[in-house]
Design a protein around this ligand. Structure first.
Ligand SMILES: *[C@@H]1O[C@H](CO)[C@@H](O)[C@H](O)[C@H]1NC(C)=O
Ligand SMILES: *[C@@H]1O[C@H](CO)[C@@H](O)[C@H](O)[C@H]1NC(C)=O
Ligand SMILES: *[C@@H]1O[C@H](CO)[C@@H](O)[C@H](O)[C@H]1NC(C)=O
Ligand SMILES: *[C@@H]1O[C@H](CO)[C@@H](O)[C@H](O)[C@H]1NC(C)=O
Ligand SMILES: *[C@@H]1O[C@H](CO)[C@@H](O)[C@H](O)[C@H]1NC(C)=O
Ligand SMILES: *[C@@H]1O[C@H](CO)[C@@H](O)[C@H](O)[C@H]1NC(C)=O
Ligand SMILES: *[C@@H]1O[C@H](CO)[C@@H](O)[C@H](O)[C@H]1NC(C)=O
Ligand SMILES: *[C@@H]1O[C@H](CO)[C@@H](O)[C@H](O)[C@H]1NC(C)=O
Length: 418
C-alpha cells in the first residue's frame, strides 16, 4: 500500500471514529494500531479540562490530560498511554484498550495488586489506598502497614510468575517496563532525576483513584517543607561546605555513585559533591595503585555515605566497612577520625530498606537527615540514615509498629523548619 493511500485511509477511519465516537470505533481502531494511536492522540489533544485535576509541575516522565469522563496518563519512560475511564460512564463498558502503546482501565480502581520487590508502596499509603490493595508478590516490602494488612488476611501473596492470578485485579502496578499483561500499569518514580520529581509521582497514583485533591495536597506539603529546609540549609553553610561522597563496594572494588538525585540531595542539604574529575569509576582494593588513589581522594572527603548492599543490614558495622576498604589507620582519614560515615539502611523490614519506599515519597525526611549529618545539632532524630562510625543500629520495623488503621491515609511528616 502506498503511503498516501494508507494515510488517507487513516484519515477516513479517524473521521468515522470521531463521528461515531465511542460506539464501536474502538474495535475499528484496534484493527490497526497506528490508526488507533492517531485516534487516541486526537482524544488527548481535545482533553483540556483539568478542573479538580492534578497538574504536573516538576516530574519529567509523566503527563496527565483530562476529558470529562476520562483521563489519560502518558508515561514518558515506557512510552505508554493509560486511558482511565470513569466507572459510571457508557465509555467504561464499551471501551477496552490493550495495544503496545495504549491500555485502558476503569477507575476508580475497585482493587489492585503490586509487585512489591523494592516498590515504593508509601505513595499508596499517603493516599489512603491500602483498603483496596489485595495482592502483593513478596513479603520483602518495607511497610509496616502493608505487612499488617497482609498478616490480617486482607492481602493475598501471589508469585509474580502466576500471571493468571494477577490478572484478576483491576490493575497490577509494577516498577519495571518488562513485557506485561493488559492489567499491568508501570509506576516509575525512580527514573526521575531529583527528589521532588520522584515525590510528585503521588499524582500519578491519585489519578487512578480520583484522589487528585489529596495527591496535590500531599505533594504541596512535601514540596513546601523540602524547599523551606533547603533555604535553612543554604544559610547553615559556614566558611566551607562539607564535601560528600556516596560509596559502594561490590566484588572487591569500590566505586563512587553519581545518581543525579543523590547529588541533588547533597547540594540541597548544604553540602558539596566531590569533584567528578577527581575520581575514576572503580577502585580494585587488590591493586595497590588503585588503593593509593582511592585513599588520596578519601582524604579530601568530609563525609561518606556507604551504600554497600548486604542481605542483612543489621550485621553491617564499622568493622565491615574497614575490612572492605582495607584501612588500618583510621586516624589518617578525616571522615573516620571525625565519625562521619553513614548508611541509609536505618529502617528495615525483612531485609528490605524503607529507603526505597518511604524515602521516595517523602524526600523532606531524607533532606532533614542529611542536614543533621552535615550540620549536627544532636537535636534531630534521623529517619533513614544511621551513623555507622558511631555504631548506630538499624531499626527493625514490623506489623506491630503500624499504628494507624491500615486503610486510613498516612499523613506526610512536616519537619520543623526555621
Ligand atoms: C478546551 O476545550 C473547550 C471545550 O471543550 C474548547 O472550547 C477550547 O477551545 C479548548 N481549548 C484548547 C486550548 O484546546
Ligand atoms: C471539567 O471536569 C469537571 C470535573 O470532572 C466537571 O465538573 C466540569 O463540568 C468539566 N468542565 C467542562 C467545561 O467540561
Ligand atoms: C464507581 O466507583 C465508586 C467508587 O468506588 C462506587 O461507589 C460505584 O459503585 C462505582 N459505580 C459503578 C457503576 O461501578
Ligand atoms: C477486582 O475488581 C474487579 C472489578 O470490580 C472484579 O471483577 C474482580 O473480581 C476483583 N478482583 C478481586 C481479586 O477481588
Ligand atoms: C538566613 O540568614 C540571614 C542572615 O543571618 C537571615 O536574615 C535570614 O532570615 C536567614 N534565612 C533563613 C531562611 O533562615
Ligand atoms: C582485582 O584485582 C585482582 C588482582 O589483580 C584481580 O584478580 C581481580 O579480578 C580484580 N577484580 C576486579 C573486579 O576487577
Ligand atoms: C517478613 O516479615 C513478617 C512480619 O514481620 C514475618 O512474619 C515473615 O516471616 C518475614 N519473612 C521473611 C522471609 O523473613
Ligand atoms: C535543641 O532544641 C532545643 C529545643 O528545641 C533548643 O532550645 C536548643 O537550642 C537546640 N540545640 C541545638 C544544639 O540546636
Amino acid at each position: 500500500m502506498s503511503s498516501s493511500s494508507s494515510s488517507s485511509l487513516h484519515i477516513i477511519t479517524l473521521m468515522w471514529c470521531l463521528f461515531l465516537f465511542f460506539t464501536w470505533c474502538v474495535e475499528v481502531a484496534d484493527a490497526t494500531s497506528s490508526t488507533s494511536e492517531m485516534w487516541f492522540e486526537n482524544l488527548v489533544k481535545n482533553s483540556n479540562n483539568s478542573t479538580g485535576g492534578s497538574k504536573v509541575e516538576d516530574a519529567q516522565y509523566f503527563h496527565i490530560y483530562y476529558g470529562q469522563t476520562f483521563k489519560v496518563i502518558k508515561n514518558g519512560v515506557d512510552g505508554k498511554s493509560y486511558l482511565l475511564i470513569q466507572n459510571n460512564t457508557k465509555m467504561a463498558t464499551r471501551t477496552k484498550y490493550c495495544t503496545g502503546r495504549i491500555k485502558s482501565f476503569v477507575i476508580p480502581l475497585s482493587n489492585y495488586s503490586v509487585e512489591t520487590e523494592s516498590f515504593p508502596v508509601s505513595f499508596f499509603e499517603l493516599l489512603g489506598l491500602l483498603g483496596t490493595l489485595q495482592g502483593i508478590t513478596s513479603d520483602t516490602v518495607a511497610s509496616e502497614c502493608v505487612m499488617k494488612s497482609y498478616m490480617e488476611g486482607g492481602i493475598q501473596m501471589i508469585s509474580k510468575t502466576e500471571l493468571d492470578k494477577l490478572k484478576q485485579f483491576t490493575a497490577h502496578f509494577v516498577g519495571n517496563t518488562d513485557e506485561q499483561a493488559c492489567n499491568f500499569a508501570t509506576f516509575l518514580p525512580f527514573y526521575e532525576d531529583t527528589p521532588l520529581q520522584r515525590a510528585e509521582w503521588i499524582k500519578y497514583v491519585g489519578v487512578y483513584a480520583n484522589l487528585e485533591m489529596r495527591a496535590n495536597q500531599v505533594y504541596d506539603s512535601v514540596k513546601e517543607n523540602y524547599l523551606c529546609l533547603t533555604k535553612v540549609a543554604a544559610n547553615k553553610t559556614t566558611s566551607f561546605k562539607p564535601i560528600v561522597a556516596w560509596l559502594d563496594y561490590s566484588e572487591g572494588t569500590w566505586s563512587f555513585t553519581k545518581d543525579e538525585y543523590k547529588m541533588k540531595y547533597v547540594v540541597d542539604a548544604g553540602g558539596e559533591n566531590i569533584d567528578e574529575s577527581m575520581n575514576k569509576n572503580t577502585y580494585n582494593i587488590s591493586v595497590s595503585d588503585n588503593l593509593d588513589d582511592l585513599f588520596a581522594i578519601l582524604c579530601t572527603v568530609d563525609l561518606v555515605i556507604d551504600e554497600t548492599y548486604v542481605s542483612d543490614p543489621a550485621t553491617y558495622t564499622l568493622s565491615t566497612f574497614l575490612q572492605n576498604i582495607n584501612i588500618e589507620d583510621k586516624s589518617s582519614i578525616g571522615f573516620l577520625a571525625n565519625q562521619r560515615l553513614w548508611r541509609y539502611d536505618k529502617r528495615v523490614l525483612n531485609s528490605s530498606l524503607d529507603w526505597y519506599n518511604g524515602a521516595v515519597s517523602q524526600p523532606q525526611l531524607v533532606l532533614a537527615d542529611l542536614m543533621e549529618a552535615f550540620f549536627p545539632t544532636g537535636n534531630y532524630s534521623t529517619t533513614y540514615l544511621r551513623n555507622l562510625a558511631k555504631a548506630k543500629p538499624v531499626v527493625s520495623i514490623n506489623p506491630q509498629t503500624c499504628t494507624r488503621a491500615t486503610s486510613a491515609a498516612m499523613e506526610p511528616v512536616v519537619v520543623a523548619c526555621q
